[in-house]
Design a protein around this ligand. Structure first.
Ligand code: NAD
Length: 257
């Protein structure tokens, strides 16, 4: 039987890494895509050491040529493009009135340009194959709420949920299904970096950032985990379209529908 393939961006760390490892265990050939090639190679090597299949590709998701080349490599290696997770992300926080335009542009390059380029590359190959596929965006609870210091992040994370809905409509006849997984805070390097930065910007302690900002609006004061996201991705990988276009909230009750 032909092996299914999954490409995950930002897979050298955090959520992307856990999802790459999980999809390899689900039997997929996995493309570990990241602009941190050494990190991607380490993750791919770990997967291969378990007797599973993965390759690393160097991909800056805001670079059209690098994205297209990474997808070409995927098709060359695995013969198709079944599942793609547009997950790479950064976070830059500043008070809004001080937010530098250059940082806004850095955020848009990764989150907006990256989501567009990665999903378009996936869509093209899924349509061309005649087999369809699944495109999953990593959204956030920030796709539904607004948070101090995070205007560009809120803008972009609301945007990917809309992008998923539009692609769901356009992809349906070719069996291309799209989803947005929307977690609340997860302890990854991206979040660990924010805790001291937010404490400094807001003039509060790091413990207060965790308790009064990150977990305040959950029903149970509990962080979401990378395993929660990986489980959801594995579940969506078997959806036959019933959930296409939907945003799946993994938020411990924050921003319930
Ligand atoms: P992370 O910092 O652990 O991992 C992000 C990865 O993305 C890194 O390996 C980094 O090298 C890579 N990356 C960044 N810019 C890139 C680019 N231009 N091209 C290719 N790779 C790039 O962060 P994480 O917490 O795992 O975040 C992954 C995604 O999940 C992001 O989109 C983030 O916004 C989203 N998210 C995170 C949380 C959370 O609490 N951690 C919650 C909701 C959503």
């Amino acid at each position: 039987m032909e092996k299914k393939s999954a490409l995950i961006t930002g897979a050298a760390s955090g959520i992307g890494r856990a999802c790459a490892e999980r999809m390899a265990r689900e039997g997929y050939g996995v493309v570990v895509a990241d602009w941190n090639l050494a990190g991607a190679e380490e993750v791919a090597a770990g997967i291969c050491a378990e007797g599973l299949s993965a390759i690393a590709v160097c991909m800056d998701v805001s670079d059209e040529q690098a994205v297209e080349a990474g997808f070409d490599r995927m098709v060359e290696e695995y013969g198709g493009c079944d599942l793609v997770m547009s997950n790479a992300g950064i976070q830059i926080v500043h008070p809004f009135e001080e937010y530098p335009f250059s940082d806004w542009r850095r955020m848009m390059a990764v989150h907006a340009d990256g989501a567009f380029l990665v999903s378009r590359a996936a869509f093209r190959r899924m349509k061309r194959s005649g087999k369809g596929g699944r495109i999953v965006f990593t959204g956030s609870v920030q796709s539904f709420v607004g948070s101090k210091l995070k205007e560009p992040y809120n803008f972009a994370k609301h945007g990917v949920a809309g992008l998923a809905k539009a692609i769901a409509r356009e992809g349906a006849e070719d069996h291309i299904y799209t989803y947005t997984i929307c977690p609340s805070f997860i302890r990854t390097p991206l979040v660990d970096k924010q805790i001291p930065e937010q404490a400094a910007s807001l003039g509060i302690s790091e413990e207060e950032v965790v308790r009064n900002i990150m977990l305040r609006d959950t029903v149970d004061g509990v962080f979401t985990t990378v395993e929660d996201v990986a489980n959801t991705l594995a579940f969506l990988a078997n959806d036959q379209g019933a959930l296409t276009g939907q945003s799946i909230r993994l938020t411990h009750g924050w921003a319930m529908q």
